[in-house]
Structure formats: structure tokens, C-alpha cells
Design a protein around this ligand. Structure first.
Ligand SMILES: NC(=O)c1ccc[n+]([C@@H]2O[C@H](COP(=O)([O-])OP(=O)(O)OC[C@H]3O[C@@H](n4cnc5c(N)ncnc54)[C@H](O)[C@@H]3O)[C@@H](O)[C@H]2O)c1
Length: 355
């Protein structure tokens, strides 16, 4: 297949591109604007690969997207490009509205026009796979598992823009018959994640001997999924998923934020000889700080449809892959320096101004 991946220089997109190149024969056209959190280093081995082509393009630039569609004649588009950090969306929602809503709209319209020029078989076998988040559901207080029928109730500007995009994607299926599929995934972790996100942020601060901020009481629950599990799930959805359907992707692995931070500290204690001055454990750096406004208490995705209909389940055990991930960041300090991990991790964002 010829597959367009958007956001392929980001954390999950680059893992997807690496996986597609090593585990399939597909040809990849990788579209990314190369924003503040992109990493070409995460595409090492891909950039000069014969089946990979990179185009630095903003997905809101419809004309350039249209030209690439006509030239590449894709069989599928996997849409991951997005502004992705909740705290930044609280401080500055516009880039989220622009990339996540308008960008998705532009892709849908350009793909629709492109497919109108293809034959019926190509139109029917095409897949527009939209990669979204469990945050669209908000965090129900009763702790219920979130399945595909859970109503949308996004709390943050980020979640609201992703929810909007999901609705657009589903509407393009119902109205125009475009073969779209939506996936809603839980929190990912793994290598090459920009250090504003919880796990690499904690690692960067701990290695610098700085306080480890834990929002509120740290009892917010998230379902953590290893990024490799996510990209394998996306490939399964692309192959087996039904047009018009939605699939929740998760690991049935709910953990509180505090638990995750403590596990990261325990791994650092085991793999880094030097302790911050005067401390016995990195966990002594943990500090509870003002919570994020609108912070959902709990997300726990029910990935039963993925398991029952698509025979997929997360196969990487949490403790082992979290340990591997922590060691990856410790061993890739060059990459961390290159992306400014220490400065990024030290900055507090998303406190909001109040209305
Ligand atoms: N990280 C998670 O835990 C998680 C969980 C569920 C869903 N998702 C979704 O998965 C996708 C990828 O997430 P990620 O963590 O890899 O994000 P990321 O921020 O690491 O990467 C996003 C990439 O998209 C690119 N991008 C943003 N706006 C663009 C535009 N207008 N044009 C072209 N490229 C643009 C960025 O340059 C970046 O390289 C997102 O859609 C996100 O909402 C992420």
C-alpha cells in the first residue's frame, strides 16, 4: 500500500513510520510541518529509506496537500498531526483550533476531492484513519470504563479540538460515504516523547536534581499504553477496521499519576549511580503543585472492541516497558539536550487565567 502518515515526525507518528518500514512493505509519504516538538532524529533510518518520503507541509495548506494526494495516489491516510499538549492548549488554544480542527477539515475535503477523481474500487478501499484521544470523553467521576458509546464531554481546549475533529471525520463518512475510521487512545509512553509530557518531564527534572511537580494530589488515573502497542493497534485497525466505526485503544492498565512518578523514580534510583545532592532517592524530589484547571480525574478506556472484533490487545507489560523507557532517556541524553529537555521540563504551563 501507499500510505500517507501525517504528524510522522512527532512522538507516535515517528514510531508508526519506523514500524511500517520495518514490519511491512508499504510505501510511506510522511507529512509534518516540523513543529516545536518534532524530531527528525526519531526518523533516523527512515529519512533515507527507499520506501519513505518526507514532506515538510502544514496540513492546513490544502493546495499542497491536494497536489501530494494526486501525485502519491495513496491507498490510505493515517492522520496523527495535531497540537497535542493539554497545558499549552490552556495557555493558547488557537494553534489547537487551527491544526486539529481546520487541519482535519482541510485533509477531509482534499481527500474527498481526490477520491472523486479515482475509480470506484480505489474510492471504496481507501481508508482515512483518524487518530484521536480518550480525552474526548472527559473524566467520568464514577470511574466507569469508557467504551465507544460513551458520550463526548471534553474538558480542555485540546480535548475539545480533538472531539471536533472526530465529529468532522464521522460526518464525512455519513454524509459523503468516505471510508473513515476513528481511534481514541489512552496515554502513550515510550522513546522520543517531547519532555513536556509527564514521564520524560519527570526524568529530565529528576536528572537535573529539580523538584518533580505532581499536579493536585496526584490521584488522577490514566490508562498507560506503550507506544509500540499503539502503532500495532493502528495497523490492525487500518487492515481490519470497519469504515464508519470507532475503536478505543488502551491497555486496561489504569495508574495514578503519583504511582507513575514513583515508578519512574524507582527505576532512576536503580539505573543512575548519582543521587541529587543530599537525597537517598529521586522520589524525595516529588512536590505537589497547583492542579491543572479542568483536570479530569480518571480515564480508563475499555478496549474490548479492539480485543473482540480486531483480535488486538496490548502485548507489552507496563512495568518492563516503563523501565526500558526510563533507561532509554537516561542513555539518550544527547537527544534530550538537542530538544532542550531540561528547559522544557522546568517550565510550568497551563495554569489558565480564569474567566
Ligand atoms: N501522546 C499521547 O498519549 C496520545 C494519546 C492519544 C492520542 N494521541 C493523538 O496522537 C497523535 C500524535 O500524538 P503525539 O503524542 O505523537 O503528538 P506530538 O505532538 O509528539 O506530534 C504531533 C506532530 O504533528 C505535527 N503537526 C502539528 N500540527 C501540524 C500541522 N498543522 N501540519 C502538519 N503537521 C503538524 C507536529 O509538528 C508534530 O510533529 C495526535 O493526534 C494526538 O492527539 C496522542
Amino acid at each position: 500500500m501507499r500510505i500517507i502518515v501525517t504528524g510522522g515526525a512527532g512522538f507516535i507518528g515517528s514510531a508508526l513510520v519506523r514500524h511500517l518500514l520495518t514490519s511491512t512493505d508499504h510505501q510511506i509519504l510522511n507529512i509534518d510541518v516540523l513543529g516545536y516538538c518534532s524530531s527528525l532524529a526519531a526518523l533516523e533510518g527512515a529519512l533515507d529509506h527507499a520506501r519513505h518520503r518526507f514532506a515538510q507541509i502544514d496540513i492546513t495548506d490544502g493546495e499542497r496537500v491536494a497536489a501530494l494526494l494526486d501525485e502519491f495516489q495513496p491507498h490510505a491516510l493515517m492522520h496523527l498531526a495535531a497540537e497535542s499538549h493539554v497545558d499549552r492548549s490552556i495557555d493558547s488554544p488557537w494553534p489547537f483550533v487551527r491544526s486539529n480542527i481546520l487541519g482535519t477539515y482541510e485533509l477531509l475535503e482534499r481527500v474527498r476531492a481526490h477520491l472523486a477523481r479515482r475509480d470506484t474500487a480505489a474510492r471504496q478501499s481507501f481508508r482515512f484513519l483518524h487518530v484521536s484521544t480518550d480525552e474526548v470523553f472527559g473524566g467520568p467521576d464514577d470511574g466507569a470504563l469508557l467504551d465507544e458509546a460513551t458520550p463526548y464531554a471534553p474538558s480542555s481546549p485540546y480535548a475539545a479540538t480533538k472531539a471536533s475533529a472526530d465529529h468532522l471525520v464521522r460526518a464525512w463518512h455519513r454524509t459523503y460515504g468516505m471510508p473513515t475510521i476513528v481511534t481514541n487512545c489512552s496515554n502513550n509512553f515510550g522513546p522520543y516523547q517531547f519532555p513536556e509530557k509527564l514521564i520524560p518531564l519527570v526524568i529530565a527534572n529528576a536528572l537535573a536534581g529539580r523538584p518533580l511537580p505532581v499536579y493536585g494530589d496526584g490521584q488522577q488515573v490514566r490508562d498507560w499504553l506503550y507506544v509500540q502497542d499503539h502503532v500495532e493497534a493502528l495497523c490492525r485497525v487500518l487492515e481490519w477496521g470497519k469504515p464508519g466505526a470507532t475503536y478505543n485503544i488502551g491497555a486496561f492498565n489504569p495508574r495514578t499519576n503519583l504511582e507513575v512518578v514513583q515508578m519512574v523514580c524507582a527505576t532512576l534510583d536503580a539505573c543512575v549511580a548519582v543521587r541529587p545532592a543530599g537525597l537517598d532517592s529521586h522520589a524525595q524530589l516529588i512536590r505537589f503543585v497547583a492542579d491543572r484547571p479542568g483536570h479530569d480525574r480518571r480515564y480508563a478506556v475499555d478496549a474490548g472492541r479492539m480485543r473482540d472484533e480486531l483480535e488486538w490487545r496490548a502485548r507489552h507489560p507496563f512495568e518492563a516497558t516503563l523501565g526500558e523507557t526510563v533507561r532509554w532517556y537516561v542513555e539518550h541524553q544527547d537527544w534530550c539536550r538537542e530538544v532542550g529537555a531540561s528547559e522544557v521540563a522546568a517550565a510550568r504551563r497551563g495554569l489558565g487565567g480564569g474567566a
